[in-house]
Design a protein around this ligand. Structure first.
Ligand code: SAM
Ligand code: SF4
Ligand code: SF4
Length: 357
């Protein structure tokens, strides 16, 4: 059964038909989330994701005909829902660069018993929030690495100001998409001196800031372990300024460790992908804008769904195919990385801007 080597083989896979026993991978993990990248393009050039030196004017982004259409995405989403997926997240690149995104949201939000979220840099959110909400979007996660304007402009490397992101958050809240989760990637020596100010800015609001350990995704971002500020140190840093206490997870498999301010000023989270991996409960599959399915953020190869979507393969066969891919899954990259950083650091991996985070 060839599933993780780029080839899809329909023979010998059992159907993961709805109504049959719950679909789980080799480690017993269910398929619960599907992250859908709707474009590989972005208006930012965050050094840790799309460094300018690589993603410059000559970089070959995917041509239009190689990107899944809304109909193709909706078909995959519907099939994934029949296999147990309950949550979709649209991502990218920058998902709000994809024309007519509300139309796709309308199509996906019609799938019963599922919810749909969006991760965005929010630069285009102010103008689109209302349409996204009307189309059926349930929630928004906004990336904002620093509240310090100079640091933020330098981190996105395209001189976008913090104010634009804050306007996006306000618009999303006004449109009923709040409270918003605000994700900040932490890089030692780059933005760690501005994190307390970020926490302070959102304290007292319902928005939840979540600090993410800088991850070794892709092969172009020059990741170094010594740039990772361990979440345990971050918790101590914030706790010293604003005392914290832990909160139980909302649900099994929640990636962020939750804390609340002891004075009642709200909640904050830490995503410990590097220092305390959470592969054991990882229930996420990812599909790239061109229709490659990945069962791990750190995969070296995906499985090509697009050709199957375009060659007359039936829904039933596609369901069997997806179920087989999930059943064969043994990914636990971050746990393995903790055990052997050097070896794993050498493998070519898909880029974050391509797979969508
Ligand atoms: N452009 C959108 C945005 O930035 O929100 C969506 C796509 S982006 C790839 C999704 C998330 O991945 C963002 O929150 C971003 O900060 C995070 N990310 C990208 N590269 C990362 C890295 N090397 N380590 C940790 N998080 C990363
Ligand atoms: Fe663009 Fe998001 Fe990557 Fe930054 S993290 S370059 S905003 S895709
Ligand atoms: Fe999931 Fe892979 Fe991340 Fe582990 S490393 S939590 S398996 S995406």
């Amino acid at each position: 059964m060839a599933v993780h080597d780029g080839h899809l083989d329909l023979d010998g896979l059992e159907a993961g038909a709805p109504g049959s026993a719950a679909l789980t991978d080799r480690f017993g993990r269910p398929l619960h989330d599907l992250r859908i990248s709707v474009t590989d393009r972005c208006n930012f050039r965050c050094q840790y994701c799309m460094p300018k030196e690589i993603f410059g004017p000559d970089f070959a982004f995917l041509p239009r005909n190689e990107i899944l259409s809304f109909e193709e995405i909706e078909r995959v989403a519907r099939i994934a829902a029949s296999l147990g997926v309950r949550k979709f997240r649209l991502t990218g690149g920058e998902p709000l660069l994809r024309a007519e995104l509300p139309k796709l949201i309308e199509m996906i939000s019609a799938i019963p018993d599922t919810e749909i979220a969006l991760t965005t840099n929010a630069t285009l959110l102010a103008s689109q929030a209302e349409a996204l909400a009307t189309a059926g979007l349930d929630r928004v996660t906004v990336s904002l690495d620093s509240i310090d304007d100079a640091v933020f402009r330098s981190m996105n490397d395209m001189d976008f100001p913090v104010a634009m992101v804050l306007e996006g958050i306000d618009a999303a809240t006004a449109a009923g998409l709040g409270p918003v989760k605000v994700n900040a990637v932490v890089r030692k020596g780059v933005n760690d001196h501005t994190l307390i100010d970020l926490a302070r800015h959102f304290r007292g609001s319902d928005h939840i800031v979540r600090f993410i350990e800088f991850m070794d995704v892709g092969s172009t971002n020059g990741w170094r372990l010594d740039e990772v500020l361990p979440a345990s140190e971050l918790v101590a840093l914030i706790d010293a300024e604003f005392p914290l206490e832990p909160v139980d997870p909302n649900y099994e498999g929640e990636v962020a460790q939750r804390y609340r301010y002891r004075d009642g000023a709200g909640e904050i989270g830490f995503i410990t992908s590097v220092t305390q991996p959470f592969c054991g409960s990882c229930s996420r599959a990812r599909i790239s804008a061109e229709g490659q399915i990945y069962t791990c953020l750190f995969a070296t190869e995906g499985s090509d769904l697009r050709s199957k979507l375009r060659d007359g393969t039936s829904d039933e066969e596609l369901t069997t195919l997806l179920a087989g891919i999930w059943r064969a899954r043994t990914d636990r990259y971050s746990e393995l990385r903790s055990e052997a950083t050097d070896e794993l650091g050498e493998r070519p991996r898909v880029e974050m801007s391509y797979i969508g985070g």
